[in-house]
Write a protein that binds this ligand. Structure first.
Ligand code: SF4
Ligand code: FES
Length: 246
């Protein structure tokens, strides 16, 4: 396939960025999207040009690093997958593809397609953990009975990979889907109830301090989430927050 790639280039957070056009020939439909970018970068390096900076790590849909907008959609045209799982067979010969970084005040651009998502780390540090008694009398977690329904719901919430697509696709840049998934995965389990009150209050406070917007229930986050994190997590977090505030 021959492709025209229009890619956001930006030297750093303080320099104005712009779309730059590249031509790429001999793209195999079997390549992943990131492999296609690897080939483009090798071509740029061969010409002594600066390669395009983009985040990636696992390349198997579990780390949440490979975050970018492709043709105006977070993680590209296919649903329920990350960019690293997207393959070039989803595009046609002669296509023009626009590739841009996440756009959100709380995710400033570091370089080209890489944005700073440490705001998510700080929200996690504010409450995304449990404390375990390690005095020697620690109870085996398998001794604590948990209903299948709650275990499944907690597991579904825990599949959030922190990619930030929910923020990027929200017109308000709200992080409610991410934070609610992190609150829910603990709220549903007895181990998470011990610190539940402080957890939800602290994580929501940190979310607000980071500059994420408010949720207005448009649901774009759920549509673009590669892990199908449900809006019911937001409803659960709101209930947890109300209980904690009272
Ligand atoms: S809720 Fe979905 S879109 Fe948001 S960070 Fe988690 S996995 Fe990514
Ligand atoms: S590189 Fe890890 S999810 Fe894509």
């Amino acid at each position: 396939m021959k492709l025209t790639l229009k890619i956001w280039r930006q030297k750093d957070a303080n320099t104005k960025g712009k779309i730059v056009e590249y031509q790429l020939n001999d793209v195999s439909p079997d390549m992943s999207f990131l492999e296609m970018l690897d080939v483009l970068n090798q071509n740029l390096i061969d010409k002594d040009d600066e390669p395009i900076a983009f985040d990636h790590d696992c390349r198997e849909g579990i780390c949440g690093m490979c975050s970018m907008y492709i043709n105006g959609r977070a993680h590209g045209p296919d649903t329920e997958i990350t960019v690293c799982q997207l393959h070039m067979r989803s595009f046609k010969d002669g296509d023009t593809i626009y590739i841009e970084p996440w756009r959100a005040k709380a995710f400033p651009v570091i370089k080209d397609l890489i944005v700073d998502r440490t705001a998510f780390d700080r929200i996690q540090h504010a409450g995304g953990f449990i404390s375990v008694n390690t005095s020697g009398n620690t109870q085996d977690a398998n001794n604590i009975l948990i209903s299948k329904y709650d275990a499944d719901e907690a597991m579904d919430s825990a599949t959030c990979i922190g990619c930030g697509a929910c923020v990027a696709s929200c017109k308000n840049s709200s992080a409610m889907l991410f934070v609610s998934a992190k609150v829910s995965q603990f709220a549903l389990l007895p181990q998470g109830r011990v610190e539940a009150t402080q957890r939800v209050l602290n994580m929501v406070k940190q979310m607000d301090e980071e500059g994420f917007g408010n949720c207005t229930n448009t649901g774009a986050c759920e549509v673009e989430c590669p892990k199908s994190i449900s809006l019911t997590n937001i409803a659960r977090m709101n209930r947890e927050y109300l209980k904690a505030s009272l």
